[in-house]
Write a protein that binds this ligand. Structure first.
Ligand code: HEC
Length: 120
């Protein structure tokens, strides 16, 4: 009887230490996340606020920053639609044009135009 108990305790101990190790890894990841690059670039465009509200629930702004700067408006439009279907984002269809406008002008092919407008 005793031998069985001891044998059963080992896997539990192993699991417990594994869980501990895992949770400390998760914490470390949280702390090292580069905060500034995870944010959307500020802008006076109406789409900026909408993107802040609608695009931060599932991932940071880094996914947007990783897109090729040559991406045209149609690409941003398709990407935003994809977030809704199939990915399941919960924003209104009427928010889409303004968000696409902001994305194309801030991260895509139209961004030089905005840069010269705002002097940045
Ligand atoms: C419901 C969750 C959700 C929301 C809200 C969301 N996304 Fe995503 N997004 C995803 C998923 C899932 C992926 C794909 C992740 C992967 O491939 O690893 C993704 C990937 C991306 C990518 C990478 C390129 C690609 O096509 O996969 C971009 C750019 C992006 N999202 C932009 C946005 C923008 C802009 C918004 C706001 C309009 C947004 N996301 C809102 C879930 C979401």
């Amino acid at each position: 009887m005793e031998t069985t108990n001891t044998r059963r305790a080992w896997p539990r101990l192993l699991l417990a230490s594994l869980a501990l190790a895992l949770s400390s890894t998760v914490c470390a990841l949280d702390i090292t996340l580069p905060r500034e690059t995870a944010r959307f670039k500020e802008s006076g465009l109406p789409g900026y606020k909408l993107v802040l509200e609608n695009c931060m629930t599932c991932h940071s702004a880094q996914y947007v920053q990783m897109q090729p700067p040559s991406s045209p408006r149609s690409y941003w439009s398709a990407t935003v639609q994809k977030m809704k279907k199939p990915f399941g984002a919960q924003f209104a269809d009427e928010d889409i044009p303004a968000m696409v406008d902001y994305l194309a002008k801030t991260y895509g092919a139209e961004r030089t135009a905005t840069a010269s407008m705002t002097g940045k």
